[in-house]
Ligand binder design. Structure first.
Ligand SMILES: *Cc1c(COP(=O)(O)O)cnc(C)c1O
Length: 384
């Protein structure tokens, strides 16, 4: 008997066909003591400035308490977030990254065959975790301008009589586009009345200054329906390696349900401390956002001027259609020590997602991308 097949058949049916999340290759793997190599990682949307110096200082002390269990309740972190957002801490849940909470949401709410509506392309864990629980996943594609297709969304929402969860990254990952306040309001109101709304705002800090960006709590607070807004310290706060994110829930009952399926110490001691300190350093955040937004706009204009399509972005990355297999360009860029994410989702294999780094890293990316394209594309305006 084929042991592998036999083992596979022991797994839950939904797991047998589940893809593994593409987390990329850690840049640590490219370097060793006898072969040091600096890779500029523009593939996972980290903050090039790193974490707040306040957080770093607190961590250096806190590391000495590593023998002590973390606070399983994340009491002080949730209290601080509650104060900042004007929400009772009972309605806030913390997670080992916001992806931890995504998984909890799917485990708690999805029964076999429940419908989950997501954009296409989107953050792949939204798809994977829903599929893990045997959901029927329905996708709404972005439009030809690489934007959310609000009209199509409204039509789809109105045509669905039953919808368990609307799971939406806004701004989008990987596209970067964002719905306007009006569009999101219309969509929320077009949902069946008992749909759970999950709005994943991993990039909210980069988008909040835009006048049209949804003020999500203003839209949700008068809704009778259940909702969860997800945020993270991994992106603008520069704590990706510490793993901490949080969710704000419409009702404390939701928090209670999520608590039943989470691991008891899901957010480690150091992560809790770093997150609390980071919230107190709004100056570091402001510097990060200001620099990143201006670099992003500059880079987008530059690439557009080459005649290459780049999605609108309210985030710290750009989604670029190079009209050629993205794996090849990603490998070329890696040979030049720049790592980007080649998108693999069906229909988007010609896109790369590029994070905004330090200015010199962005220049390295632009120079090498332009080189590659000018060699690959016949009519590419090299002289630009
Ligand atoms: C990065 C990201 C997350 C996950 O972040 P964590 O590191 O798990 O907090 C969640 N959603 C989206 C859309 C993201 O881009």
């Amino acid at each position: 008997m084929d042991l592998d097949l036999d083992l596979l058949s022991k797994a839950r049916r939904s797991v047998r066909n589940l893809p593994t999340y593409d987390a990329g290759i850690s840049i640590d793997r490219f370097s060793s003591s006898d072969n040091p190599r600096v890779i500029h990682n523009l593939s996972v949307n980290e903050n090039p400035f790193g974490m707040s110096p306040r957080a770093l200082a607190a961590l250096q002390v806190a590391v000495q308490t590593g023998a002590i269990y973390p606070d399983g309740d994340c009491f002080y972190l949730r209290e601080k977030l509650g104060e900042k957002l004007g929400v009772a801490p009972e309605r806030i849940i913390a997670g080992n990254g916001s992806e931890d909470i995504l998984s909890l949401i799917c485990k708690v709410f999805i029964n076999v065959g429940d419908k989950v509506l997501i954009p296409k392309p989107t953050f792949s864990l939204h798809h994977i975790y829903a599929a893990m629980m045997d959901a029927e996943v329905i996708e709404v594609p972005i439009d030809s301008a690489l934007n959310f297709n609000a009209t199509r969304w409204l039509e789809t929402l109105r045509s669905l009589h039953q919808l368990k969860i609307l799971m939406l990254a806004n701004p989008s990952n990987p596209v970067g586009c964002s719905l306007t306040h009006t569009e999101l309001s219309l969509m929320v109101n077009a949902c069946p009345s008992d749909t759970l709304l999950v709005i994943d705002e991993a990039y909210v800090e980069y988008a909040a200054h835009e006048p049209e960006f949804p003020r999500v709590f203003e839209i949700l607070q008068n809704q009778e329906r259940p909702w969860i807004v997800l945020r993270t310290f991994s992106k603008a706060y520069g704590l990706a390696g510490m793993r901490v994110g949080y969710g704000i829930c419409s009702h404390s009952t939701i928090t209670n349900l999520l608590n039943r399926v989470r691991t008891p110490y899901n957010v480690n001691r150091l992560a809790q401390i770093a997150a609390i300190q980071s919230l107190d350093d709004q100056q570091h955040l402001a510097k990060t956002v200001q620099f990143t937004v201006s670099e992003k706009d500059r880079m987008r204009d530059e690439i557009l001027s080459w005649g290459i399509a780049v999605a609108p972005s309210s985030t710290n990355f750009l989604f670029i259609d190079i009209e050629a297999p993205s794996i090849k360009v990603a490998n070329y860029l890696l040979s030049q020590n720049v790592m980007v994410k080649a998108w693999r989702g069906v229909g988007y294999e010609s896109f790369i997602r590029v994070s905004i780094g330090h200015q010199y890293q962005n220049e390295l990316l632009l120079r090498n991308l332009k080189n590659y394209l000018s060699e690959q594309i016949l009519n590419f305006p090299v002289a630009l």
